[in-house]
Write a protein that binds this ligand. Sequence first.
Ligand code: ATP
Ligand code: MG
Length: 184
Amino acid sequence: MTDLLKDTVSKYERGLVFVYTGNGKGKTTAAMGQALRAAGHGLKVLVIQFMKGKKYGEVIAAEKYLPAITICQCGLDSFVMRKNPAPVDIELAQQGLNMAEKALLSGEYHLVILDEINVAMDFGLISIDDVVNMIKNKAPSVDLILTGRYAPPEIIELADTVSEVNEIKHHYAKGIKERAGIEF
Ligand code: ATP
Ligand code: MG
């Protein structure tokens, strides 16, 4: 733990709940920036990525260089059908939710990031009520970030900070393809 953290930690009454939502680019990477910042102060971070199985740069970086950040992927490297998901997609998302519940109760992590959990709710892989209850029952000190488009009003209501990333432009509209280090 850094000295700067020791100075401020006693002032924290409770952990905060953040939501990064909206249709523009920058939600997952904003959460990863927060993870990096927390890790710098000696805090332990757990990231659970819903509906993702691809080796994203952040997964490789955490494994190679960032022992304070653990990333678990609870999805396949394939598209999930909205409102008609495969049983395996539901099973994996439920596993992610169970893991999140445990991590939020255990006090083992200072920061928990549930990447794309808003999409998992929107796609019907996990229930909004279960996520609401998980947030209400979390250990008081842990900070929590939920990312993804379509954040439901029930989650926005519970959050302390909600940021909406709006698309003004996206390079995909110019036909520029996704690439390593930018999109994944
Ligand atoms: P990033 O992971 O780059 O921070 P994000 O988390 O905000 O992006 P998501 O909504 O999770 O983006 O979308 C996943 C992928 O879709 C990302 O690779 C991102 O580059 C791409 N994307 C984001 N916004 C748009 C958009 N407005 N139009 C098309 N593709 C987008
Ligand atoms: Mg994202």
